[in-house]
Design a protein around this ligand. Structure first.
Ligand code: NAP
Ligand code: ZN
Length: 337
């Protein structure tokens, strides 16, 4: 089978097509014929040599968390999943035994890790991480859901976003950003989002964004947000100086959930503003498999339509990563092996 592998951690030029033996499922495993696999900034960080998870010793490395397709074969002891089932993978990997796994939610597992391997024609996965797809959810759409929508959903829930809340989403045009705007809208909230691109912001307005701010300048964004109102929640996947910004514009008692560091790993927080304002800042990673099951239902019911900017063939996976690096796309980028 063919796979798109990282053979050099130098950016999109480091992606090559490789041949690999066809995988066979072990006990508890399934092999999925991958129709589609969403890519994420997480993969791009790896490809740029900016991830602690993968280094030169791991090359060639096949990434791809969000695989969807048709089950080809199952191993011994697999129940509930059969060859021919259309499925999407929950890429969470947990130990199942630590105290966080026992208490839940599962994404707090102290040995939490992620599945990689979906950018290939076949993927060998844990069968109990597969979610069957209802009729009406095609595999390309399904491949857009897991990482971005689970992460956004989980952060909105951690920030207790509800009807009438004002939610601020710095960087509202990418995978997590668009997912947050769409899901906050489903939750009945009003949204403010930013982008450096007027054209991309316009598309997100069509997807439900209430207030778009076309700027990358922190002070300008601060002024515009405050003119709209003080957000009840900030959903922050950019990190960097957007963190101090998000904390300062929050309303009294509001919550900022953080899942990423695209704009940097450090920020300055106004500590007195934090404690005098009774604000909460929470870290959040991925979501639970049940979050993904609910999201697949929301998509099947027509409540959310995952936004896919473009699909790419497996041999064009390098171009898919280049589009992400160049900030060309709105929503998700999906590769179709
Ligand atoms: N902890 C977790 O479980 C988890 C899960 C998913 C994602 N994440 C993290 O969340 C972040 C978003 O992931 P994603 O897959 O949604 O990425 P993505 O699709 O590439 O996000 C694109 C968005 O980021 C903005 N952006 C890109 N580079 C920027 C920069 N240097 N400064 C400011 N804004 C920038 C873009 O703004 P423009 O519109 O201006 O181009 C766009 O709105 C990543 O850091 C990722 O690692 C974490
Ligand atoms: Zn655990």
């Amino acid at each position: 089978m063919r796979a798109a592998a990282f053979t050099d951690l130098i950016g999109p030029e480091g992606v090559s097509l490789v041949d690999r033996p066809d995988p066979k499922p072990g006990p508890g495993e399934a092999v999925v014929d991958v129709d589609a696999c969403g890519i994420n900034r997480h993969d791009l960080f790896i490809l740029e040599g900016d991830s602690a998870m993968v280094d030169a010793d791991d090359l060639p490395f096949v990434t791809g968390l969000d695989a969807a397709g048709v089950v080809g074969e199952v191993g011994a002891d697999v129940r509930g999943i059969e060859p021919g089932d259309r499925v999407v993978l929950c890429p969470n990997q947990t130990c199942g035994t630590c105290r966080f796994c026992r208490e839940g939610p599962e994404n707090t597992c102290e040995r939490f890790s992620l599945y990689h391997g979906g950018l290939a024609e076949s993927a060998r996965v844990q069968a109990d991480r597969l979610i069957p797809l209802p009729d009406g959810v095609d595999t390309t759409t399904a491949a857009a859901i897991p990482t971005a929508y689970m992460t956004a959903f989980h952060m909105l829930r951690r920030a207790e976003v509800g009807p009438g809340d004002l939610v601020f989403v710095p960087g509202a045009t990418g995978g997590v950003g668009v997912a947050t705007v769409q899901l906050a809208t489903v939750f009945g909230a009003e949204t403010i989002g930013t982008s450096s691109s007027a054209a991309k912001l316009e598309r997100v307005r069509e997807l439900g964004l209430d207030h778009g701010i076309e700027s990358a300048a922190i002070d300008e964004i601060r002024e515009e947000v405050e003119a709209i109102g003080r957000p009840d929640a900030v959903i922050n996947h950019l990190g960097g100086e957007f963190t101090g910004l998000g904390q300062s514009v929050l309303r009294r008692g509001g919550t900022m959930a953080i899942c990423g560091r695209t704009a940097g790993n450090e920020s300055t927080i106004d500590i007195s503003n934090l404690f005098l304002g009774h604000k909460r800042v929470v870290g959040s990673t991925m979501g639970t498999q049940d979050d993904l099951r609910r999201l697949v239902e929301l998509v099947a019911d027509g409540d959310v339509a995952p936004e896919i900017d473009r699909t790419y063939a497996l041999e064009d996976a390098d171009a898919a990563f280049a589009a992400m690096q160049d900030r060309e796309s709105v929503g998700k980028i999906v590769v179709e092996p």
